[in-house]
Design a protein around this ligand. Structure first.
Ligand SMILES: [Zn+2]
Length: 320
C-alpha cells in the first residue's frame, strides 16, 4: 500500500515535469468508465462515489483531446477505432446531480454518456437505500438492526459479529426487508435524511429523468427496480427488477429502454439470458466483455487519486 502511494507520487511528479508523453504513448485500450455523483468538492466523507465538477470538467477536456469517446451502443458493438484509446461514460444510481452538474459539462464538451437509473421513484422515494445507509452510518461506530449488532471493522465497513457486512446483507433482501430496515434505523436513531446537502443523495425526479432522456447526448438505461444484487435475490424478484424498471422508465421517458446495468456490476449467465428475454440489448457489465479483453467490470473513477494518476490508471485499465 505504502509502495503504491510512493509510486503514484513519483508518477505524478514525472508527469508534471513533462513526461506525460512517455506514460501515454501508444496506448489504445478500451474502457467503460463508471461514475456516480458529481458534486462541488469531490467529498469522500460519506462514500467514494463522488468526484468534483472541476475534476470532471478537467477529465472531459483531456478525454476530448486525446481519446475516442464512444456512445454506449457503439462501445458495446465494438464500433470504435482500435488504434486509439477509447472510452464510454456511464453514470449509475440516477442521482439528481447527474442532471444538474454532469449534464451541463457533457454539453459543454459535447460528450455522450449513459445514465443507469432505478425504479425507486415509482415508490415515491427520493433516495436509494445504499445512499441512506452511507449517510446514516456516517459518524457512527455501532448500531443494532433487527436484533443484530453491526460495528465498524478495520476496513471501515459495518459488519455483524459473524462478519456479514450490513450492505451485503441488505442487497440480498427483497425490498420489503430493506424498507423495514430503513424505517427501524430512522425511528430508533432519530435519523433525519433531510439534513444532508442535496448533492449527496437526491434522486432525479420523473420530470428530470424525462428531460435527461430527451437530451441528444444522453442514453437512459435501467439499474434495476430497487438497487439489489440480482445474483443474490430470488429469481422471480430478479425478473421483476428487470421488467418493472424497464416499464417504469419507458413510461417516464416515452422511449424504449434497451440498456441494463446490473447493480454492483454483478451478474451471471442465467441473469444475462433473463435480461435479454426482458428486452435488453446492451447488458452491463456483460456487453463490455464482448470487444475488449477487460474483466467483467466497469472501470470506476476514483476520487482519492491525482488527475495524472487517474489518467495513468485509465490507460492501464485497472488499479493493480
Ligand atoms: Zn448502483
Amino acid at each position: 500500500m505504502l509502495h503504491a502511494t510512493i509510486r503514484n507520487r513519483v508518477r505524478d511528479v514525472l508527469m508534471d515535469i513533462g513526461f506525460k508523453q512517455y506514460f501515454h504513448k501508444n496506448r489504445h485500450g478500451a474502457n467503460m468508465l463508471l461514475l456516480h455523483g458529481i458534486d462541488d468538492c469531490g467529498s469522500t466523507a460519506y462514500n467514494s462515489r463522488f468526484i468534483s465538477s472541476t475534476r470532471f470538467d478537467a477529465l472531459l477536456t483531456y478525454f476530448k483531446q486525446h481519446f475516442h469517446i464512444a456512445t454506449l451502443q457503439d462501445f458495446c458493438l465494438g464500433n470504435y477505432p482500435k488504434n486509439k484509446q477509447t472510452i464510454t461514460l456511464t453514470f449509475d444510481d440516477g442521482l439528481s446531480n447527474n442532471y444538474y452538474k454532469a449534464l451541463p459539462l457533457l454539453e459543454k464538451h459535447q460528450v455522450p454518456a449513459s445514465f443507469f437509473i432505478t425504479g425507486i421513484r415509482q415508490h415515491q422515494q427520493y433516495y436509494l437505500w445504499t445512499d441512506f445507509i452511507d449517510l446514516f452510518l456516517h459518524n457512527r461506530n455501532n448500531i443494532v438492526l433487527q436484533g443484530i449488532r453491526y460495528s465498524k471493522n478495520k476496513k471501515g465497513v459495518f459488519a455483524s459479529d459473524n462478519g456479514t457486512a450490513l450492505k451485503d446483507f441488505l442487497k440480498a433482501q427483497p425490498f420489503t426487508v430493506i424498507n423495514a430496515a430503513i424505517q427501524e434505523l430512522t425511528e430508533n436513531y432519530a435519523f433525519d435524511i433531510n439534513q444532508f446537502a442535496t448533492d449527496y443523495f437526491l434522486q432525479m425526479t420523473e420530470a428530470e429523468i424525462q428531460q435527461l432522456a430527451s437530451h441528444p447526448l444522453a442514453t437512459i438505461g435501467s439499474h434495476g427496480m430497487h438497487h439489489t444484487d440480482l445474483t443474490k435475490i430470488a429469481l422471480w424478484d430478479a425478473e421483476h427488477q428487470l421488467t418493472a424498471s424497464k416499464a417504469f422508465l419507458e413510461q417516464v421517458t416515452g422511449k424504449t429502454i434497451d440498456a441494463f446495468a446490473f447493480p454492483f456490476d454483478v451478474c451471471n449467465a442465467e441473469l444475462v439470458d433473463m435480461a435479454r428475454r426482458a428486452g435488453y440489448t446492451y447488458i452491463l457489465p456483460h456487453s463490455v466483455q464482448q470487444h475488449t479483453d477487460r474483466p467483467l467490470q466497469r472501470f470506476g473513477i476514483n476520487p482519492y487519486i491525482s488527475f495524472n494518476n487517474q489518467l495513468h490508471f485509465i490507460y492501464k485499465g485497472n488499479y493493480a
